[in-house]
Ligand binder design. Sequence first.
Ligand SMILES: *[C@@H]1O[C@H](CO)[C@@H](O)[C@H](O)[C@H]1NC(C)=O
Length: 200
Amino acid sequence: MRFTALFAVASATISAVSASTLDFSSISLQSLLGGIDVSSGNKYGAPKAPWIAGSTPGWYFGSSPSKFKTLPCLSGIICAILELFPDCLHCPSAPPTTPSPSDGYAQTFSNLTGATQASDYMTYGLVDTVAQCKAMCNSVNGCNFVNTYHDVNGKGGSTQLTCSLFTSCHTSADADNMGGQTQPDGTVDYITNSDGWCKQ
Ligand SMILES: *[C@@H]1O[C@H](CO)[C@@H](O)[C@H](O)[C@H]1NC(C)=O
């Protein structure tokens, strides 16, 4: 009797382990995050790149999570839950509050009116600061480049910085997403303060 119970527990454990990690994480996490799939296969919640009409950011990392109730906010209990799932978004460690000259990134362009548009797009979200965007890149496997910018009139009017991540470094040559998408309220978005940072 005792053996049978133990055997049942053991087989349940084995079948859970042998189920694909990805399926397991996207199903359980999606239900925990209100239907949002933050696995790497879904571009960490932002399957449509920012230059695609109708795209929305996948996550928010910053100090005002209460302003972004519809996005997974990378703070609090969510971080502990995400830690349980290897192939998905994770909370970065908090970046230093004073920018350091040796944060591991070199700037490739600054203050452009175009955002990076390239096929090695990984994910994008919203942040408060450039340092937070670099911290996000450090927490995503394979990320080597961050592009931060203001998408004026875009992203539902959010004034936060957009933070897009890529696997390869880019120069101003690929910063050719100028916005131009008509928003639900009839305004057209445009890009300001676009900066590129290559991980060293
Ligand atoms: C960035 O560019 C805008 C014009 O596009 C300019 O008004 C602003 O002063 C620039 N900012 C910096 C920090 O150079």
